[in-house]
Design a protein around this ligand. Sequence first.
Ligand code: ADP
Ligand code: MG
Ligand code: MG
Length: 882
Amino acid sequence: GKFVYPFGNGKADGNAGMRDLLGGKGAGLAEMSAIGLPVPPGFTITTEVCTFFNKNSGQYPSGLDADVAKALSTVEKLTGARFGNARRPLLVSVRSGARASMPGMMDTVLNLGLNDATVGGLATQSGDPRFAYDSYRRFIQMFADVVMGIDHHHFEDILQRHKTVCGLSLDTDLSATDWQDVIMEYKMKIREEAGKDFPQDPHMQLWDAIAAVFRSWSNARAVTYRKLHNISHDWGTAVNVQAMVFGNMGDDSATGVAFSRDPATGENTLYGEYLVNAQGEDVVAGIRTPQQITVAGKISHRSKLPAMEEVMPEVFQELNTVRHTLEKHYGDMQDIEFTVQRGKLYMLQTRVGKRTARAAMKIACDMVDEGVITKDQAVMRVDPKSLNQLLHPMLDPKAERRVIARGLPASPGAASGYIVFSADEAERLAHLGEKVILCRVETSPEDIHGMHAAAGIITTRGGMTSHAAVVARGMGRPCVAGASEISIDYETRKMNVRGVELSEGDTVTLDGGSGELMSGCVPTIEPELPGDFTRLMGWADERRKLGVLANADTPSDCRKALQLGAEGVGLCRTEHMFFDAGRIIAVREMILADTQEGRKKALEKVLPMQREDFAEIFRIMHGRPVTIRLLDPPLHEFLPHGEAEMNEVADAAGVDVEMVRERVIKVREVNPMLGHRGCRLGITFPEIYEMQTRAILEAAAEVGKENSTVVEVEIMIPFVSVEAEIRILKEMVDKMAEEIITEEQKVHYEVGTMIELPRAALNAGKIAHQASFFSFGTNDLTQTTFGLSRDDAGSFLPTYEKRGIIESDPFVHIDTEGVGELVRIAVERGRKSRPDLRLCLCGEHGGDAVSVDFCHEVGLDCVSCSPYRVPIARLAAAQAAL
Ligand code: ADP
Ligand code: MG
Ligand code: MG
């Protein structure tokens, strides 16, 4: 194959479609170059070479050196400089770049090709020795870190010492001779740490750097990042070798990063930050406070520093033109890197920009209006999971806010939690179920596990494009960045906020939309959904084939579900009603009665309450289908705990407490989840299901009369494994219905079953004779298919995931090979004996985008999920259909 793909001078061998081979960065550079944007020339070594390199213990495929030499000489021709030449040296960057963007995870080396001889050439040629030695010291430090494995703090210490001794404060205050002194010390440090000299031969530098980038694919933080983002470890990274351009050549030079639209709100304006007289990573690293690109951005961040729009108006205009060109070309919002060398703009990177859910909605809708994308594309643009961010509570505007500090509104959303200062501590406490706010001076790729675990993130340094801001937006974590009034002391685990001291474990609240930090816990309210949400979800609804229902047990669940677009209730769990205060005693009385008479007496107390619950739900759902599941959990869940509760029950039933105690012992089970539960209760204690059925049908009849709309009720029998179970219970329901429902009453009922046991899936053909619908209860079906208890899986499932024994947690994404196979079998056999069988899925999986896609593929009619996940399911179902 071809290993090397050159780009530059308005041409390129590669293009945007070649991400797999060239990585995102390489493909973007090729594409930008080919459409005539100003890109410094260079070449990309493919991801296939990385794979070869890692499989063959660091060997390269034969012929690679010749290809690299040829591509390098083309770059020399285009730039008029020569690699290693002391008078006109060509300098290059060696940049990693995988198929999926992994910001900051792998390594990049800038200014490669400098040595003791070429640095002189760079000084003369640029007429700026300070610049030349500044570039050299950057190169030495990066090369030592990335290639020779010498920690960068050694170099930071040397530089700091030099600045202190000479009384200098900013890096830009150092002169050429200062840098020469620093360089000498750097080289000595390298000899001391590595036992060898910093390599002077540029070709050796180049090949060492290429190898280091390939190796960085396997470093620990890259591996973690890939795991968190479901990126395959097999893809490998490409290497981009590119002629350097310099943003550190004085005050008419700069470097920056920008988004083609505001990534937090979606507003259609260039949005970003830059630094004058700086190179590469200075902007992201937070060493100096970056300046805004637009005047509007400057005002909104209350920054006193001038915007690029004011300082370099021509370059700004050019950048704005590039923004339009790229957006039109890619049809999406872009995240770009650029450098200005002595007034000339160069583009160094473009990729699809990460954005908040709110911004994603707005950008998708705006781009449809602008004619840039179709509605289908708009529907595909928004990640269903990200909708969580929009639906979750925000701070109550009426609540008191004791604002203690302000920073940049880096990632929207509100969060309260305990202060922690390290990623490890954040992870530890989150595992214990605590909510934490991770407070850092700045974050780095080593902190991602903690950012993931935290409810919110605060940094005291860095801007809107700092690592913390970018990663938090990507993860949907609220983040306040650059809150410079806070000073953090990691040693004592305290932070000082305008003279007030806060310690680890104190509670704070942050608002990532306003950039405020507040002490204590501020109450939250339901957010208002933006108009773009309604539009986009409307397009999704027109496209999906799956119905979306909600798992809703209470009137308030039902209201929320309707508001979020549910078409009905797919699962109403009646046991939750049993727990309500005032009823639990009667329920306990019923369970503990040891005669049928006793049970009936107790059930009579429960009946009117259940009837009212159901009536309320039917009223709210107003003719939309409501599926009610008869009592499912093992009776032991309702048993009284302790003496006081036992006495209560004894009193209510008018029996001796000793009798209650005996019954409690009798009802207890060794393995209740596989015990006396579900339809087994209905078979052994028919009066329970009879009472529930009566409550349902009487409520339906009542509401049907009130509303003059037909009440659609589906009675669902849980935990069936044998056809006879459902047959017996269906007969019971039909008999009751005959008794309760008269001709003119507006009730339409059906009886169906959950498919949540492997035997039921396999016998679906028979069971379907008795059931007019199936609902796959994939929580139990996953437990019983794997023989795995959900509550006990935590101790070994993570190991299984880490070692790749299973691809993902089967309780999160449906296990398509095992559980999914049972679903397929049940669908096929069920439909064969009853072609109009209705098929739904009502486990947790109903609100998981990946699993919804599976439901679409196997041809279910609908999914049902918790109200907050209804929009996720609607969007995921539309995406599955496109
Ligand atoms: P990352 O993937 O971490 O963003 P990059 O390869 O993009 O790493 O490079 C890091 C920084 O160096 C970026 O700011 C980039 O713009 C800058 N940079 C990379 N190559 C060059 C170059 N040839 N000239 C000038 N700056 C460069
Ligand atoms: Mg970059
Ligand atoms: Mg179940």
